[in-house]
Design a protein. Structure first.
Length: 259
């Protein structure tokens, strides 16, 4: 498995043409970048629903994993929803679940998130579970709150016999959309606690904790091995930022090998 995961959600910022152009640029640079071709980085992109088929075609036979921004937990009479099985049919391999914006704007709860995680694992896909405390506090307080949230999200599925790879994106709610990410020490304390909590039966090899929340170039080298990658938002709208982060991964690994 790759040692780092680096990906971006486009949310609802881009239209069809810009999504396609951005995706081609990212796929092209990932296909040629040594950090990806050597297996150090597993890159992923998460477009809006309507662009998934086109982005999946652009990424076909390449190193970039295509994700979805949401999912419903069942199939049947659910107007306007999209199931995990449908996403799999369109080439999706990873599904974002429980982002703070969905909790805020659409009333999603821990129970909602848990049902989605269970459905995604059952479909053989990777849940990208967004975890984060609402109010700024101490790193230790945040760690306790986030581990509790993680248990609520993945615990029911694993307790019921579900299994598979799980990726956790630590995104403190108060840092989303901010000018700067959370402080380095804060990120390291919480991500370390989440990594320890994720080491449990049912969480397959390759499960990982990455950081989001105003993440961008320059952050990964500062937070050491606490986070196993970055989940990018607006700071990746320029594909060059994606390239800079891949360069940073190469530098991190080189520095570790020399020490």
């Amino acid at each position: 498995m790759a040692r780092f995961l680096v990906g971006a959600s486009l949310k609802l910022y881009f239209g069809r043409d810009r999504t396609a152009a951005w995706s081609r640029a990212v796929v092209d640079l990932c296909s040629a970048h040594p950090a990806v071709t050597s297996g150090l980085v597993e890159p992923f992109v998460v477009p809006s629903f309507l662009s998934i088929p086109e982005v999946a075609e652009i990424a076909a036979n390449g190193p970039v994993c295509v994700g979805a921004q949401d999912v419903f937990w069942d199939e049947g009479p659910y107007t306007g929803e999209v199931s995990a099985q449908q996403l799999a049919e369109f080439g999706v391999r990873l599904v974002e679940i429980g982002h703070a914006e969905r909790r805020k704007h659409f009333g999603e709860s821990d129970a909602t998130v848990a049902r989605k995680v269970r459905a995604v694992l059952a479909a053989g896909l990777v849940p990208l579970v967004c975890i984060g405390e609402e109010a700024r506090g101490t790193p230790q307080e945040a760690a306790v709150a986030c581990v509790r949230q993680l248990e609520a999200a993945v615990g029911p599925a694993l307790a019921a016999g579900g299994s598979g790879r799980i990726v956790v994106a630590y995104e403190p709610v108060w840092a989303i959309g901010a000018a700067e990410p959370a402080a380095d020490e804060h990120i390291m304390v919480v991500c370390t606690a989440l990594r320890e909590a994720l080491c449990r039966p049912g969480a397959a090899p390759g499960s990982a904790v990455i950081y989001g929340g105003s993440a961008g170039p320059g952050l990964l080298p500062r937070i050491g091995g606490a986070a196993e990658g970055l989940f990018l938002g607006r700071f990746a709208h320029d594909p060059e930022a994606f390239r800079r982060i891949l360069d940073e991964v190469s530098d991190i690994v080189q520095d570790r090998s020399q020490n």
